[in-house]
Design a protein. Structure first.
Length: 612
């Protein structure tokens, strides 16, 4: 199967790149930019920063996890080649693989930051060294290559590395884990590719060891590594958001392949609690800058949202695995929200600049970094071309290249569509065309072009926000809508989702946005930017008039606000609630959050205080 996740069993079976092809629309545009611009941009910077030359025996450059960026880039290239032949890209891929292979030791060890003369010994810093983390991304790149092109040099390199890991950290080896989870889901996927049970057993060992204080304590606490509580006992995702999502994804993979329903239920419980208490409106994970971590329940400040792009990708990885295992449409709902409001937000329109973090409230104008400048990971208030910690561009590249694999699934009952995008689907005698301008428009037309003679079920996800929806003219409720019948070529199914602006209120326990509302339209979150306001006004000087109508306007949402005067005083507090007189109403336009900062420096906010 040409897809990133291929469980041997589960509620649903994913479709691969050979079965789903994106057509012109929202996501194909991003996939095309990824292949035409982002991949070459990444390759340039991997050379320029010296991270690729690390494999040539040059002086070591970059952070301890720099090797992983080459592996994520190789995975992106492999998935892109799986979308269609590209001889020039194939040649570039092979040359990079050869450089990687040249650095592998005879026993399978492969890392440019440890074990060489003048460097620290192998596995001498499991808390921060990222050696096993890097292996995880190497293995995932090899899995992508095996599934799209077959067994080749990269697959051989990854198998030797995986065997080395099993030798060193297996049942009779070192009882330890990596400070950054990632090897766990990778080993399970390698097991799925090769059938070698050793890799699944090792992944299970790593999952079971976590939470038993096998890593040294640090200033952020062991929860940072998810090494504080065994995963079966945890109630919510915690600590470093990317690490938490990757570990949970690996635990789901282990649970599915070993039939461990208790482990699967534990991760599903953690996911539900995290979505209910620790997730931003955009779907973003992580509200703490100091450790890139989840905050406590309902601690979701918009101006301090970390909401790392990689954490969004980890969230999609986890929710997709849970969806395949259990079939609950709530998982696909969060995937949709995260795709449109985190994943789509990070890259610039031309695919050569990126957000590392995704704030929901920008108070000051940023400065656009020069095209030849590397910036710190969270310092940029505008999209930057490259970061000293540049995990997000490569992570985005592999996600966009494999995006069609997240559209649909099949089961014994039929075919399920989870994400709405213009696409062609062909699998197991079923073929159909999906035509839509979603999310701009809520109409989704599905035309059957081939079908088995026997009846089968077409299942469509009705998003949780779609309280007004019809399927072939009949009302349907949020959740799953099933059409079971004998389909024939030429049959058409029409889903209409009422995509119109709406107000969204936060849970009262989210102190940071109490008294505010946000505006959404379909799955897209909107924001107010200073570039759309009259001179002299900023987003923080306005209050939303909730009584006024919301309207579609010029690709955005029209709202009515009132200007509230602010007066500087010697002391910013008063004896009681201060009534601020509101000025005359003014009409302003909100823009999709994923487009913010695309028109130059701006201040911005998603959550809008209410007038009155």
């Amino acid at each position: 199967m040409t897809n990133p996740v291929s469980p041997s069993h589960g509620k649903l079976r994913p479709l691969g790149l050979s079965e789903v092809t994106l057509k012109p629309g929202f996501w194909q545009r991003r996939q095309d930019v990824n292949s035409s611009a982002t991949l070459s941009h990444i390759e340039y910077w991997l050379e320029e920063a010296g991270w690729l030359p690390n494999f040539d025996g040059a002086v070591r450059n970059g952070r301890e996890f720099a090797d992983s960026e080459i592996y994520k880039f190789l995975e992106a290239m492999a998935w892109q080649l799986g979308n269609g032949p590209d001889p020039e890209l194939e040649e570039r891929f092979q040359k990079i693989v050869a450089r990687v292979a040249s650095a592998q030791e005879p026993d399978g060890y492969l890392n440019t930051n440890f074990g060489r003369p003048g460097q620290q010994p192998r596995y001498s810093d499991l808390e921060w060294g990222h050696e096993l983390y890097c292996y995880g991304h190497l293995i995932q790149a090899a899995v992508a290559r095996a599934r799209t092109a077959g067994h080749d040099q990269l697959v051989d390199v990854a198998i030797r590395a995986a065997d080395h890991v099993c030798d060193v950290f297996g049942p009779d080896g070192r009882t330890a884990v990596c400070g950054h989870a990632e090897i766990e889901p990778a080993l399970v996927e390698l097991y799925r590719v090769t059938g070698n049970r050793r890799y699944l057993d090792q992944a299970k060992l790593f999952v079971d060891r976590r939470g038993h204080q096998v890593l040294q304590d640090i200033e952020f606490g062991r929860a940072y590594f998810q090494d504080d509580v065994p995963i079966r006992e945890a109630q919510v995702l915690r600590g470093h958001a990317v690490r938490a999502a990757y570990l949970a994804a690996g635990a789901v993979d282990v649970a599915v392949e070993t039939g461990d329903t208790a482990l699967l239920d534990a991760v599903a419980r953690q996911w539900r609690n995290t979505v209910a208490r620790r997730t931003y409106l955009t779907g973003g994970f992580g509200s703490r800058h100091q450790d890139e971590a989840f905050g406590d329940d309902f601690v979701l400040p918009p101006d301090r949202a970390y909401s790392e792009t990689c954490a969004g990708i980890g969230s999609v990885m986890l929710a997709w695995r849970l969806l395949l295992a259990q079939g609950d449409p709530a998982y696909a709902d969060l995937i949709e929200r995260t795709l449109f409001n985190v994943i789509a937000t990070s890259p610039s329109d031309d695919g050569t600049r990126f957000f590392y973090t995704n704030t929901l409230h920008q108070r000051v104008l940023g400065t656009e970094p020069p095209a030849d400048q590397v910036v710190p990971r969270a310092a940029s208030t505008l999209r930057a071309p490259w970061f000293s910690v540049s995990c997000c561009p490569t992570n985005l590249a592999r996600t966009f290249a494999a995006l069609s694999a997240y559209i649909a699934t099949v089961s014994d009952e039929g075919l399920q569509i989870h994400q709405y995008a213009a696409a062609s689907v062909r699998t197991g005698g079923i073929a159909l065309e999906i035509d839509t301008d979603y999310p701009s428009d809520g109409r989704v037309t599905i035309r059957i072009t081939d079908s088995p003679a026997d009846p089968w079920t077409l299942t469509l996800r009705i998003p949780h926000w779609a309280t007004e929806a019809t399927l072939d003219g009949e009302p349907v409720r949020p959740g799953l809508a099933h059409l079971h019948r004998r389909f024939t070529p030429g049959d058409t199914v029409t889903l209409d989702l009422a995509v119109r602006p709406r107000l969204t209120a936060p849970d009262a326990r989210i102190d940071a946005v109490r008294g505010c509302v946000a505006v959404e339209r379909g799955p897209v979150v909107f924001c107010l930017e200073s570039v759309d306001l009259p001179s002299g006004l900023g987003p923080d000087t306005l209050r939303l008039d909730a009584e006024a109508a919301l309207t579609d306007r010029d690709g955005g949402v029209g709202i009515t606000c009132r200007v509230v005067g602010e007066e500087d005083t010697a002391w910013p507090y008063s004896p009681g609630p201060a009534a601020r007189p509101a000025g005359d109403p003014i009409a302003v336009t909100l823009r999709p959050y994923h487009n913010w900062a695309s028109r130059g420096p701006s201040t911005m906010r998603v959550w809008l205080p209410l007038a009155g």
